[in-house]
Design a protein around this ligand. Structure first.
Ligand code: LIP
Length: 262
């Protein structure tokens, strides 16, 4: 089994190379390849090109590992390790040219299921901002090489990030949760990329983040980064983070928010 630090180095190199690719494609102009779960849920040609590059780089370095990617990359693991990748997280931001999107590369041990996996290393790279977030299990979290830690404000002064589904029906439900929360906290931010939102909880640029309906690749790397920065990252009460729900914050703030958004 390779050292977690070696896995993080590979995840970082891959995230940076794929990040450079998608930034170049953004500058050349972005085109939608197709819509997925709804007309709002799009995949661009750059998403697909990025995932092809990521898969190629992973298998060149670690041919026995598995892969689970947002745009269809799927390979069972023969080594016990699986790479869980989002080739462009924040696809709608990317499509519109908003500089908040990222390549997310995580490597997990065990089944690629957030309910049971052990995240070993993760890298999230926003090429538009040249911001790299990294963590290896037990090694703390970094942003551009500097250690990051969560904040612990009182609830009324908490800046809370969230996101919304590609389903209009679910978005209406999520808006009701925000409506109950908005008067209890400093403010709400919907910034469009779950991986960067979770990393920003770790960096203190958000005090908390919650969202439902996230896919494994949205949070595989960034949940480890936020946790290594001191956040408590969970799902619904007593459950692990996953598609049902993700909530990340310092322990004290987490308990207060759980009662309001859980
Ligand atoms: C996105 C997430 C975001 C969520 C969006 C979408 P994508 O992932 O990062 O937090 O609110 O609905 O799921 O589709 O850009 O990879």
């Amino acid at each position: 089994m390779p050292a977690d630090a070696d896995l993080l180095e590979l995840a970082t190199d891959i995230a940076r190379e794929a990040g450079a690719l998608i930034l170049q494609r953004r500058r050349e102009g972005v085109e939608i390849a197709q819509s997925k779960s709804s007309p709002e849920d799009v995949v661009t040609h750059a998403d697909r090109e990025s995932e092809e590059l990521i898969s190629r780089l992973i298998l060149a370095a670690r041919p026995d590992d598995g892969i689970l990617g947002e745009e269809g990359a799927s390979k069972p693991s023969a080594s016990g390790l699986t790479w869980v990748v989002d080739p462009i997280d924040g696809t709608v931001n990317y499509l519109y040219g908003l500089p908040r999107y990222a390549v997310s590369v995580a490597v997990v041990q065990g089944d690629p299921d957030p309910a049971t996996w052990t995240a070993l290393a993760g890298a999230v790279f926003n090429p538009a901002a040249d911001e790299l977030f990294q963590a290896a299990r037990g090694g703390g979290a970094l942003m551009n090489g500097r250690g990051i830690r969560v904040t612990n404000p009182t609830l009324d002064l908490a800046l809370v990030g969230t996101g919304f589904s590609y389903s209009a029906e679910i978005r209406m439900q999520q808006a009701q949760v925000v409506g109950r929360l908005i008067g209890r906290v400093r403010d709400i931010r919907r910034l469009g990329a779950a991986s960067l939102d979770l990393c920003d909880v770790g960096s203190g640029r958000l005090d908390a983040y919650f969202e439902r309906e996230l896919k494994p690749w949205d949070h595989a790397a960034a949940a480890l980064i936020a946790a290594e920065a001191g956040a408590l990252v969970t799902g619904r009460p007593g459950r692990r983070a996953g598609q049902e729900f993700v909530l990340a914050a310092h322990l004290g703030l987490h308990a207060q928010l759980e009662a309001l958004v859980g």
